[in-house]
Design a protein around this ligand. Sequence first.
Ligand code: EPZ
Length: 419
Amino acid sequence: MDKLQITGGRPLEGEVRISGAKNATLPILAAALLADGPVTISNVPHLQDVTTMIELLGRMGVSVTVDERMRIEVDPTTIREYFAPYELVKTMRASILVLGPLLARYGHADVSLPGGCAIGARPVNIHVAGLQSMGADIHIENGYIKARAGRLKGTRLVLDTVTVTGTENLMMAATLADGETVIENAAREPEVVDLANFLLAMGAKIRGAGTDRIIVQGVEKLQGCEYEVLPDRIETGTFLVAGAITRGHVRVKNTCPEHLDAVLLKLQESGAKIGQGENWIEIDMRGKRPKSIDVRTAPYPAFPTDMQAQFAALDAVADGVGTIIETVFENRFMHMLEMRRMGAEIRLEGNTAIIKGVQRLTAAPVMATDLRASASLVLAGLVAEGRTEIERIYHIDRGYESIEEKLSGLGAQIRRVPN
Ligand code: EPZ
């Protein structure tokens, strides 16, 4: 297993291009199962999770071709089984996103229950209950969700917790259901909107994506289409924090500033100068130590839980005391324990972290535990004195395309070495 070696102390300078959004690509690849013909998806990030989803579709007999520019053609008409095996689902819980499409299009789905992951139990009860309300016969057997249905029926669904993949699974299922489905308390994330736009391009009838009330009018069938995935707002935020924490000057290109309002406000609060245009954002923190900021995570458009770990790294070297409250997941502070080993002064009280900024972190061997935690350790390594070594970086490769090349392009001293 590879590890990353980072020598800290250099302010980052320059431009970086943002890749397509992982959390839009995954549901869109699953939604391809709904089509009666091939779909072509572009701006797809080259990530382990995308490779896993492609492998999952391939295992079902779906034809998937990828060209040198990572444009993916998916032809679901060759599908021969409706099965998502534990060996794949355990590595990527987003595999659950094939459940709704398989059930709606083929009336048959055997999908492994995704285990929990490092950050929490990650239940799927809302996914299952919603599909049952639409007429599916679902039971759990030997760790698998066994689902059968005739044509699903449109109905009114009230989700008791905001869940992005739960909203996505039910919205996908509703596109081919008989009648109208209303999803109340739906997730409003931009990736939900991107999926809805993809489904609309296939001929679905959807209103309200991006609000907490999504209305879907079921249709008989959906045709193939071409679609470009939206830029990754979390990768964008991660590179902006990299510019802030190293007191540098970074421009991120090919991104959507309007998807980062809560993050940009917090960066300005920390003292950064922010410029933005239609598809770029610039951060200037030259010569300034960040000021501590308080963060409370919540569903979009509030501050994203996927940016919590990155801001913990920023607070670790900021001037003052910052508090971070994690309200979405029950165990998303593992990075705090690793940062303490680098000299961070962090006190944990339940779902609250109190972080007293220090002048300098010191390099240490640390271990990545989940995708965004590993990104925060990279950020800490960029400012720590000495050479930080991060192990288990397969977590990073799940969600960040070519992170060491992109950071090196901004002047960071970072390299990947075999363990
Ligand atoms: C999506 O996960 C993202 N993943 C996550 O990104 C992101 O952190 C999360 O939304 C929140 O923004 C993808 O889009 C593939 P959940 P999602 O498990 O929607 C409760 C990353 O870093 N819940 O639904 O799958 C659950 O306990 C990943 O890229 C139920 O109770 O998140 C939690 O409290 C990490 N029952 C909340 O909802 C259910 O059936 C959201 O968790 C489903 C969820």
